[in-house]
Design a protein around this ligand. Structure first.
Ligand SMILES: Nc1nc2c(c(=O)[nH]1)N[C@H]1C(S)=C(S)[C@@H](COP(=O)(O)O)O[C@H]1N2
Ligand SMILES: [Mo]
Length: 362
């Protein structure tokens, strides 16, 4: 019996790439996952769905390639005579990879474990980010340059197509399992975010990206400055704002939830018309009392809202009172809370990426 492998075993044997191909594919797949994962955080409109799909399919392909690798190296982990100092690093790297894959797949399946506003998606991101330095060190300690012979074109390409198709099939299967088990909410967005239903402040969590947590803003000392590349800079008190504009907009947080609310406030375009932007102004920067900030291209900014109310309730402190940016089509982290300054600028603001991460640490 034993010497006649069945069709499945033969198929797996045919699919199994050479060790170096396995190793370099793991590296390439992880690099792709980290890149597409980070990029996905900036995508808020449904036309970007292929990025999310590719991320999921590559993740499932990674499971298969990792299985080939583990089948090959398991003795290095289980025989204590074969332990080297680098084995500990390998084990940590493996743990981070399994953590990222496990939490990612569980999240995609619809498993909903929450710690405050952290979801399984946040856990997935944590493992993914931990994997980056570990994998780089691991590659350094065991580096084998890729050899041409390992990558005999057609065969490798075929195997990889087969693995990717298997990944895509597994992804569909995984969706189906989630639906049958009733864990997959039908109303998840293309980003994977789950709905938070209801209207007003209580319907959705207060979320700060990293450490922003200011005291409630005192309306008597607060004002909104409109300045930068404008003809007529202005400083407005709360009573000067005319919250006449209303619009429904969807807030989709990168920690994995979204909510649709009706927001009321001041159209940024009206503030700009009053201030008279310079002809070559290209961006509008929104700055929080905490220093947190984000810029939008000026045409997009015109259409955004600075909200004072959500579903006809005054905005709660945690949601950014007295004034928060509502930027339709943008991910939640770009919806600056506790805004105190609108600055018209002649260029974008690359440093904002860093500021959103470190704002609030002092
Ligand atoms: N000033 C400031 N604005 C901020 C944040 C922050 O940390 N500081 N977090 C952002 C993130 S990550 C999200 S998802 C939304 C969340 O808004 P909410 O707390 O009203 O749900 O606010 C954004 N605006
Ligand atoms: Mo967020």
């Amino acid at each position: 019996m034993r010497d006649a492998p069945g069709p499945v075993a033969r198929g797996v044997a045919w699919l199994r790439p050479s060790p170096r191909v396995v190793d370099w594919s793991l590296f390439a797949l992880v690099a792709f996952e980290v890149g597409s994962g980070l990029v996905s955080f900036t995508l808020g409109t449904p036309n970007w769905w292929p990025v999310f799909w590719a991320h999921r399919i590559a993740g499932l392909t990674l499971v298969a390639v990792l299985a080939f690798k583990l089948a090959r190296v398991r003795h290095r982990l289980t025989d204590s005579d074969r332990w080297r100092p680098s084995t500990a690093l390998s084990v940590l790297t493996l743990a981070a990879a399994l953590g990222a894959l496990g939490s990612g797949i569980a999240w995609a399946l619809g498993v909903d474990v929450r710690l405050a506003y952290w979801t399984l998606l946040s856990v997935h991101v944590g493992f993914g980010l931990a994997l980056v330095p570990l994998l780089l060190l691991h590659v350094r300690s065991r580096f084998r340059p890729p050899r041409r012979a390992d990558f005999d074109g057609r065969r490798t390409a075929l195997r990889y197509s087969a693995l990717l198709v298997a990944g895509a099939v597994a992804y569909r299967g995984q969706e189906l399992v989630g639906r049958l088990a009733g864990t997959a909410a039908a109303d998840r967005r293309f980003t994977g975010s789950q709905p938070r239903e209801g209207d007003g402040n209580a319907a959705f969590p207060v979320t700060s990206w990293v450490a922003d947590d200011p005291d409630p803003v005192d309306l008597d000392s607060w004002s909104l400055t409109v300045d930068g590349a404008v003809a007529a800079p202005a400083e407005l008190g709360y009573a000067d704002l005319d919250p006449a504009a209303e619009r429904e907009a969807l807030l989709d947080c990168t920690s994995g939830w979204y909510t649709v609310q009706s927001w009321r406030g001041v159209r940024v375009g009206d503030l700009l018309d009053a201030a008279g932007p310079a002809a070559d102004a290209s961006h509008v920067r929104f700055v929080s009392v905490t220093g947190y900030r984000w810029s939008l291209p000026i045409e997009e900014a015109r259409d955004a809202l600075l909200a004072t109310r959500v579903d006809d309730e005054p905005l709660a402190h945690g949601h950014g009172a007295p004034l928060r940016l509502v930027a339709p089509g943008r991910r939640g982290f770009q919806w600056v809370k506790w805004v105190e300054r609108v600055e018209v600028r002649r260029r974008g603001d690359p440093a904002q990426w860093l500021v959103t991460l470190v704002s609030g640490f002092d």
